[in-house]
Design a protein. Structure first.
Length: 335
């Protein structure tokens, strides 16, 4: 059966690797800049979008962290997240694990409670308005000091009950997992699950480090794990979830074309992969666009799309009841 746009929208999906700041569209950036009396370095949303040409992760991160300067108030975080949830719902996303970078906001003088209150209120409202459930991942920036991350982790104590996991993102190469050994050990002590970006631009040793040193329950990206056969065996045997972001890898030049991506090899190796949009405002759109791109590049059929969607639903941070509902909806979903 042909896999088309409408079928993919109806396919029950979870998104596990999504930076909420990466959902900030140029149009919303201008809207929030105006609301907060900020002058942007671009004269229109169109010219800002035209600047979205990235040679690598660090070129993207420079623009990405600059973009979030418009997020000042609780309402800004709320509106950002609600706009994402509305688009995600239209894409047939039924659950999203959304991550945010508190340090990027604290460094600009935006308090933790501003971020948490705005995001958590939006998450609650999105469930009621769009039937999209969600979980929150507090991510640390690996290019900043580990001491700072530890301090933020302690300062987030009032919200431990609201945090599904801690994460690790930003510039990977030169900031290996061992830099965050203490932070992740503390999170473990606090009973907080852990995920980390690894093997996006960094080599397979970053993935091994995330497993051995950070004791993560999911690897974000993980595509370069394929360069180490023993690691591939380990990931397959443990069925460690890998949150792959196909269009992100193309936009950040990890691969020249999606056809060159090793995602089909990962699936053939028996790895537990799911697909995600990472930063949809920057990398060519949301979940349906990522699925469509894979269908076009790898000739995926409905069965493959179902398997990948099921992998996401099984590994997302959601309640057992919600998972049961969504897996039943997936099983019932017609060809
Ligand atoms: O793809 C990414 N990698 C690392 N950090 C990030 N922050 C947003 N997106 C990314
Ligand atoms: Zn990411």
């Amino acid at each position: 059966m042909i896999v088309n746009n409408n079928w993919l929208i109806g396919l029950p999906k979870a998104e596990l690797h999504l930076h909420i700041e990466g959902t900030l569209t140029p149009e919303q950036q201008f809207e929030l800049a105006k609301r907060n009396g900020i002058t942007l370095a671009y004269d229109s949303a169109q010219s800002l979008r035209a600047a979205y040409e990235f040679d690598d992760l660090s070129a993207f991160l420079a623009l990405y962290y600059q973009g979030m300067d418009v997020l000042i108030t609780q309402d800004d975080f709320y509106d950002l997240a609600m706009a994402y949830f509305e688009r995600a719902a239209a894409d047939g996303v039924r659950h999203a694990d959304i991550s945010f970078d508190p340090q990027a906001h604290l460094a600009r003088g935006v308090a933790l409670d501003t971020c948490f209150d705005g995001l958590l209120t939006a998450m609650r409202d999105a469930r009621a308005q769009f039937d999209v459930t969600s979980a929150l991942i507090m991510s640390f920036m690996r290019d900043r000091d580990a001491d700072e991350a530890l301090e933020v982790l302690e300062d987030a104590a009032p919200w431990y009950g609201e945090i599904a996991a801690i994460g690790l993102d930003s510039a990977e190469v030169g900031n290996p997992p061992e830099k965050f050994r203490e932070v992740f050990a503390r999170a473990c002590e606090l009973g907080l699950p852990r995920v980390a970006h690894a093997g996006e631009e960094g080599g397979p040793d970053y993935v091994t480090g995330a497993l051995d040193i950070l004791d993560v329950c999911r690897i974000d990206h993980g595509v370069r794990a394929m360069e180490d056969a023993d690691l591939v065996d380990r990931l397959r045997d443990s069925q460690m979830p890998l949150t792959v972001c196909p269009l992100s890898n193309v936009y950040l030049k990890g691969v020249a074309r999606l056809e060159d991506h090793n995602l089909p090899d990962m699936i053939a190796a028996g790895l537990n992969v799911n697909i995600n949009s990472d930063d949809p405002a920057y990398f060519g759109g949301g979940m349906v666009n990522n699925f469509l791109a894979c269908v076009a590049a790898f000739d995926w059929d409905q069965a493959t799309c179902r398997t990948i969607a099921g992998n996401g639903l099984r590994e997302a941070f959601m309640s057992d009841a919600r998972r049961e509902t969504l897996l039943a909806a997936l099983a019932d979903y017609a060809d």
